[in-house]
Design a protein around this ligand. Structure first.
Ligand code: BYC
Length: 312
């Protein structure tokens, strides 16, 4: 029988060797807690993230755009499913996670508490928001927990299509009519800063990063990922003559990075704490959807009680 210290040493040695930790394996309680926290927040983000884009399905300008958008929103629902399953493998139930979301106790990505005000927002979400998500999720595909890492591989493959369709749309509008250029610039102006906030607080204010990095859940810090994203996006957006809403943005020769002005962390925490522009609307939409699905859950439970072998 190994002592706790010996089990911990063996666990950390496995991570150092690059082995994946699987659901039945021994793991420290804090590793399990951190994963449940992060994966459930991630799952909620995917599902709540369907709302701002879903709002434009009926207003898509043509059939091709409508089909792409429907398919993208459906993919996000699927990502939520993979992630809820990954979290369930750690011993939390779907009901517990959903109750936390519906009662307003759970976090989900701050970005989805902003409104989609024009059609170009759909392209900008694809290029910027999915771009930020892919940067983070490509890192998480290396995570030490097997089910999370495998879900990320699959999700990243799908997100890459989301990213490409957004980029195609933004570039087309940036090179389009004066109205299209104005629409897409307005959208970039509104989404730039909230997208940078998606990566989380600065490293000095990120209480979870140290533990997540120690145990191989994250392999890069919030600021490292944000900086990589800024460097790529400034180059790409300026190449199509779009501007960024940051008078302090400049290239720093010494570090080789694009440096932004200060991020408004007061705004970030207001949004995270439930007081962003759309938090209440998002929660109400999820509560309503959950209530509307009640009869399906009840019918499934009644059917399972009568015919357990069919459900199994
Ligand atoms: N929003 O210690 P920190 C998508 C919280 S969806 C809200 O740095 P950590 C898509 C954080 O939870 C993809 N809360 O945390 C879907 C913590 O609070 P707690 C979304 C945030 O975990 C549909 C506190 O602040 N991606 O692609 O080390 C359509 C301190 O932060 C945020 C994910 O969910 C935030 N932005 O790092 C289109 C990725 N940032 O829990 C697209 C998975 C921080 O201690 N998650 N907080 O009470 C992660 O990678 C990490 O959890 C984060 C934060 C980088 C977000």
């Amino acid at each position: 029988m190994l002592t706790h210290e010996e089990q911990l040493a063996e666990f950390e040695a496995r991570i150092a060797r690059g082995e994946k930790i699987e659901p039945g394996d021994w793991m420290p309680a804090e590793y399990r807690r951190q994963l449940i926290r992060m994966i459930s927040q991630h799952a909620h983000s995917e599902v709540v993230g369907m709302l701002p884009e879903g709002a434009w399905i009926t207003r898509a300008p043509n059939l091709r755009r409508k089909m792409v958008l429907i398919s993208k929103v459906q993919d996000e629902g699927g990502h939520g499913q993979y992630l809820y399953h990954a979290a369930e493998s750690l011993g939390i139930s779907r009901e517990e996670m959903l109750d936390a979301l519906l009662e307003g106790r759970a976090k989900y990505s701050s970005i989805f508490n902003y409104p989609t005000l024009n059609w170009a927002d759909i392209g900008v979400i694809g290029w910027l928001v999915d771009g930020a998500a892919i940067k983070n999720q490509t890192m998480l595909a290396q995570a030490s927990y097997g089910p999370y890492s495998r879900a990320m591989v699959r999700i990243c493959a799908e997100e890459t299509f989301h990213h490409k369709q957004g980029k195609e749309m933004v570039i087309q509008y940036a090179q389009g009519t004066p109205f299209q250029r104005q629409m897409v610039q307005d959208s970039i102006n509104r989404w730039w800063w909230p997208t940078l906030m998606m990566f989380g607080p600065h490293d000095s204010d990120s209480p979870n990063s140290e533990t997540l990095i120690k145990w191989g859940i994250k392999t890069k810090t919030n600021d490292e990922l944000r900086q990589e994203f800024i460097n790529e996006m400034v180059a790409d957006l300026t190449a199509v003559n779009l501007t960024l809403p940051d008078p302090d943005l400049h290239f720093d020769e010494a570090s080789g990075n694009w440096t932004t002005g200060p991020i408004d962390w007061d705004e970030f925490w207001r949004v995270v704490k439930g007081n962003g522009p759309c938090n209440k609307e998002r929660l109400a939409a999820r509560q309503e959807a959950h209530e509307n699905g009640r009869w399906v859950r009840e019918a499934m439970a009644a059917f399972a009680a009568r015919s357990p072998q069919v459900i199994a």
